[in-house]
Design a protein around this ligand. Structure first.
Ligand SMILES: *Cc1c(COP(=O)(O)O)cnc(C)c1O
Length: 388
């Protein structure tokens, strides 16, 4: 079955729900059993079946099944946010004295988690250059339990050679965790490239409508019990209403991603022609570090990219952004609406240096008409140059 078909069919069980196509929103804390024997049986496979509300309800399980189909993994765990999806497997696999290799261009709060929570618990983090490839071997120590990858990287979009990194990590017995949010799991199949655990902020493209917060952790069958035990053990429980919205988002993910891709490329190509722009940082552009790897490993691009501007003042950038009508200033991308935010990647790097001296913005192209978005940005550039 093709991926687009799996996205529409996975997790559907109308025969269990009066023929209704979508699973109902099951709210549950208490789940009752008719006999001691039935309760004991449920307890035995409590990671597989309903035992008590925190483990999930049939709404959660339907969503999890569909995400596993999307990512090409065996099991998925829904958690209350993307950040929870990142923290969960790290807390499950690391203990005091362990070492984690974290990519330098990771999502900033992930860095914060390593430097804060993990450091407090006696876990050491080393940041590495996203373009390190097989050179990661030199940084792996006997204590290295996790190698964390994110491709393309947050804000700056370098594309890592995940198969090369995974090969070295696996030789040393380390687990490879990937933040796969940018591709929505739609343009990158992590388990075919050596990833052991793929996490996503489902908040972004999967939910897709800028309303629910949700995270997903997809694993192999072997790693699942360890991760599930820890995520349940620290109290993560995704709300059934949010899982319902996540599942609904998945049903339209394929056409939304196709449109996001098309609009993103059209706007990015137009931006590249502008005299105000020094560089468009987009994995589909040959100037993007790792572009060849993106071509080899990804089947497309989402609509989040950055624009490095020439040497304009902060005031000029503010004038440009403040007057935009279709690009709201907001951080949580992946919804139907376009967004723009000023970025300064130099604050989120320690193993590498951010080279661009001028200002930069990150753009998320929503589902509006691409020409309208371009017209909005064109007026923005007029304000930028007038203020400079
Ligand atoms: C937004 C984001 C997250 C965090 O997701 P939340 O649902 O907001 O917690 C994690 N990783 C990446 C790459 C993100 O962009």
């Amino acid at each position: 079955m093709n991926k687009d078909t799996r996205l529409v069919t996975a997790g559907r069980k109308p025969d269990e729900n009066f023929g209704i196509v979508n699973p109902p929103v099951y709210h549950a804390s208490t789940i009752t059993y008719p006999t001691v024997a039935a309760m004991e049986k449920a307890k035995e496979n409590r990671y597989e079946s309903v035992y008590y509300g925190r483990y999930g309800t049939p709404t959660t399980f339907a969503f999890e099944e569909a995400v596993a189909a999307l990512e090409g993994g065996e099991k998925t765990i829904a958690v209350p946010s993307g950040m929870a999806a990142i923290a969960g497997p790290l807390l499950a696999l690391l203990k005091a004295g362990d070492h984690v290799l974290m990519v330098d261009n990771t999502y900033h709060p992930t860095r914060h988690f390593c430097d804060g929570v993990l450091a407090d618990f006696g876990v050491e983090t080393t940041y590495y250059d996203p373009m390190i490839d097989g050179g990661i071997a030199d940084l792996i120590r006997p204590q290295t339990k996790v190698v964390f990858v994110e491709a393309p990287g947050s804000q700056t979009f370098e594309v890592q050679d995940i198969p090369a990194i995974a090969e070295q990590a696996h030789k040393a017995g380390a687990t490879v965790i990937m933040d796969n949010t940018w591709s929505a799991g739609y343009f990158f199949q992590p388990f075919e490239r050596g990833v052991d655990i793929s996490v996503q902020a489902a908040t972004k493209y999967i939910v897709g409508h800028s309303d629910a917060m949700l995270g997903v952790i997809t694993t192999s069958r072997e790693l699942f019990p360890v991760i599930k035990a820890r995520t349940v053990g620290i109290g993560y429980s995704a709300a059934p209403d949010d899982c319902y919205l996540g599942l609904r988002g998945l049903r339209t993910l394929a056409p939304r991603m196709a449109r996001h891709q098309e609009t993103g490329l059209k706007v990015a190509h137009w931006l590249e022609t502008r005299p105000e722009v020094a560089e468009v940082r987009h994995p589909a552009f040959p100037s993007c570090p790792g572009h060849e790897i993106w071509k080899r490993d990804f089947t497309g691009s989402s609509s989040l990219f950055s624009v490095l501007l020439n040497d304009y003042s902060k005031k000029g950038v503010a004038a440009m952004l403040d007057g935009l009508e279709l690009h709201a200033m907001g951080a949580s991308w992946g919804g139907y609406e376009s967004l723009i935010v000023p970025i300064d990647p130099s604050n989120s790097r320690s193993a590498t240096r951010w080279q661009h001296a001028g200002p930069a913005v990150r753009i998320h192209c929503g589902l509006e008409d691409a020409d309208d978005l371009i017209a909005d940005l064109e007026k923005g550039f007029e304000r930028l140059t007038a203020a400079a």
